[in-house]
Design a protein around this ligand. Structure first.
Ligand code: ADP
Length: 673
């Protein structure tokens, strides 16, 4: 049964800012309360998914079956009446794509390090009977140890007869799609993956795509011909490898097995690529079991039984996150002060909370967030709406009719028992307008084509194909509306762990007084940044009524207080941030940050880029003719420490990776900095 609302998520995780968004999901940073570990929370709104609900199910099932050092690990799946949450291993290093463009291109040696990991992941995924079918640098994330993790299994296929069986569905991103796919021929999933790996390898070594064109038909023609240029910096060995991977005839293409010990891949290494899982599924770790048994006050036997069910519930998440800690050489310890372990924690009270409170997001992101008497515009919490600063506002603005609509929809769905994981009996009719990446996933869904359109390749995943239209919003400067009127709020500081049940009651009282309440949490990293934003422009947004605090004051209020108090003291930032050189920072030869900022500001309008300025950060977005936000990114003028020159930090948040790359390059070169 799906949970009624978000309380199941918030019971176990703190939820922070958006760290990425794809065609289907928004991904937020989170923290697992019991272990203290950071996680990525992939959030999907069921009503937005439509037919793609099946894709989510495929992704979840595949990720449950995959456990490998180069595949992002799934920890926990939470389904509510309106949303699906996938709690995933957090990869703080960002997308391989951003790494490539930050460096222009990678050296052969660095490419080899990454490419061996990609081969390892793919050899494992194929050995488990899956073809990924959407390989590209945006779907490879970098973890804290600079290792790659493969994500996004929504388009994967596991043919019933094994990977040698032919597939028919044309899916994936056109620039990486094999010729047989775009021609609508039957194809072998692993062979198509090798082609995509060839395109990926080329992108790593060259910094651009082998087959590229704004016009889909021209792009398809280029792919079908299989002709691309070899830049002069490619070594003969690289040229040969690329050529053997991007063979138009799939039977002449290298196989992943051959890649494991290919001379180019082996250069400088004494062993072939290790593709076996270092963390095989089903292994039970004694230390983690002991810690869980002690914390949950249950026998080891009982704990082993619970963990072995692999339900991808909180038990699975706790176990896997403890295991992750152990593997990193950190103590296998749960946090004793966590509410879930608190003796005063009452499940009954929790059920009450679930009834009274709702945490809701609309398709623009999170609704106004209220804590005690504080209301935060959705963009404090969420980056989906272009671009409002992380600024608190006063309580009594709030809430959109859309929120009501969402909850009504959810309730209706509840009544009807519509859940992707319950109501899977009937195939849903294909709605061409709903998706840009997958028309039908025939192999996985065992659905028959109703429209004969199985082979037509969807348009590229460019900004123009982005699904959600964003309303234009007006930015209003409201630097002074940080208010903290709740004396109760202040009282609560520091007593969080002492009087939890009292707090919960307070929670409920407040929620019934104020209606629905929501929790705001910024990641620790972002909290400090949000402090700098006092005095900046705030999106007035549509005025929203009746936002309410979501319970858990013991966590939420303390956070808000610590977050806000210093901001009052500090006031607006008066200079650019000083940062260390990072791969996503472009160095300039200039030393005057204001001059650089002004140069960029003067160029943005001519590139049709809308922006909101917050100090030295420009939150930029582009829109389609229909007002749809197509690309979102940040440019921040900062001072580098060594050498002390002006740098521009870039970050893509939404939209086609290559379009973003070209746009930012264009902005920076036109700004002549
Ligand atoms: P979709 O299925 O909608 O395409 P993705 O799974 O590709 O969504 O996620 C969208 C983006 O969110 C990714 O490109 C990445 O930037 C970010 N992201 C996804 N998973 C993680 C993760 N585990 N850790 C960090 N960031 C992530």
């Amino acid at each position: 049964m799906p949970a009624e609302n978000t309380s199941e998520l918030l019971k176990h995780y703190e939820v922070y800012e958006t760290i990425g968004s794809g065609g289907f999901a928004k991904v937020k940073l989170g923290r697992h309360l019991l272990t203290g570990e950071k996680v990525a929370i992939k959030i999907m709104v069921k009503k937005d998914l439509g037919d793609d609900l099946a894709r989510v199910k495929i992704e979840i099932e595949a990720m449950k079956n995959l456990s490998h050092q180069h595949v992002c690990r799934l920890y926990h799946v939470i389904e509510t009446s309106s949303k699906i949450y996938m709690v995933l291993e957090y990869c703080p290093g960002g997308e391989l794509f951003d790494y490539i463009i930050a460096k222009d291109r990678l050296s052969e040696e660095e490419t080899r390090v990454f490419f061996r990991q990609i081969i390892s992941a793919l050899a494992y995924v194929h050995s488990q009977g899956y073809a990924h079918r959407d390989l590209k640098p945006e779907n490879l994330l970098i973890d804290e140890d600079q290792n790659l993790k493969l994500i996004d299994f929504g388009l994967c296929a596991k043919p019933k007869g094994g990977l040698g069986y032919e597939l028919m569905t044309c899916c994936g991103s056109p620039a990486y799609a094999a010729p047989e796919l775009i021609q609508g021929k039957a194809y072998i999933g692993s062979e198509a993956d090798v082609w995509s790996m060839g395109v990926l390898l080329y992108a790593l070594l060259c910094g651009f795509l082998p087959f590229d064109d704004g016009n889909c038909m021209v792009l398809y023609r280029k792919i079908t011909r299989g002709k691309y240029s070899n830049p002069q910096w490619l070594s003969p060995a690289s040229i040969l490898l690329l050529n053997n991977m991007m063979q138009v005839d799939p039977k002449r293409r290298l196989t992943v097995r051959q890649l494991l010990y290919h001379p180019w891949v082996m250069k400088g290494y004494s062993t072939p690529v290790e593709w076996h899982s270092k963390h095989p599924l089903g292994h039970i770790d004694e230390d983690c079991i002991t810690e869980m048994a002690v914390a949950f006050k249950q026998s080891r036997h009982c704990t082993i039984q619970l963990v072995s069910e692999w339900k991808y519930d909180h038990t699975t998440a706790t176990y896997l996150l403890l295991l992750a800690k152990k593997r990193q050489g950190r103590p296998v310890r749960l946090r004793a002060e966590c509410p879930v372990l608190d003796p005063t924690y009452s499940p009954l009270l929790d059920i009450q909370l679930k009834k009274n409170l709702r945490f809701s997001e609309d398709d623009d992101g999170v609704h106004p967030v209220v804590l005690g008497s504080m209301v935060f515009p959705p963009d404090c919490y969420d980056d989906e709406n272009p671009w409002t600063p992380l600024m608190p506002k006063n309580t009594h603005t709030t809430n959109t009719p859309r929120m009501k609509h969402t909850s009504e929809t959810s309730e209706k769905r509840n009544e009807l028992g519509h859940s992707p994981f319950i109501d899977q009996g009937r195939p849903r009719p294909y709605k061409p307008e709903t998706r840009d990446r997958m028309r039908e996933n025939k192999e996985n869904l065992a659905m028959t084509s109703t429209n004969g359109d199985v082979f037509a390749l969807p348009p590229p995943r460019t900004p123009m194909c982005s699904r959600k239209a964003r309303p234009n919003r007006t930015e209003v400067t409201t630097p002074n509306n940080i208010t903290n009127t709740s004396s109760d709020t202040n009282k609560g500081v520091g007593s969080a762990s002492k009087d939890m049940s009292q707090r919960r009651n307070l929670d409920q009282q407040q929620s019934s007084q104020q209606g629905e309440l929501e929790i705001l949490a910024f990641s620790p990293e972002r909290r400090s940044r949000s402090l700098d934003l006092a005095g900046c422009k705030v999106d007035s947004g549509p005025k929203r009524k009746g936002a309410k605090v979501f319970g858990s004051l013991e966590r939420g209020l303390d956070k808000v207080i610590t977050m806000l108090t210093p901001s009052k003291k500090r006031g607006p930032r008066d200079g650019p941030r000083k940062i260390k050189a990072q791969y996503n920072v472009t160095l300039t030869s200039q030393t005057n940050a204001d001059q650089v900022l002004n140069q960029i500001l003067s160029v943005l309008p001519e590139k049709n880029v809308d922006f909101v300025q917050k100090g030295y950060t420009l939150k930029c977005h582009t829109q389609s003719d229909f007002g749809k936000v197509t690309t979102q990114f940040e440019l921040e003028v900062c001072i580098l420490q060594k050498p002390e020159v002006v740098g521009i930090r870039r970050q893509r948040l939404k939209g086609d990776a290559w379009v973003y790359k070209h746009l930012v390059e264009d902005i920076l070169s036109t700004s002549s900095i």
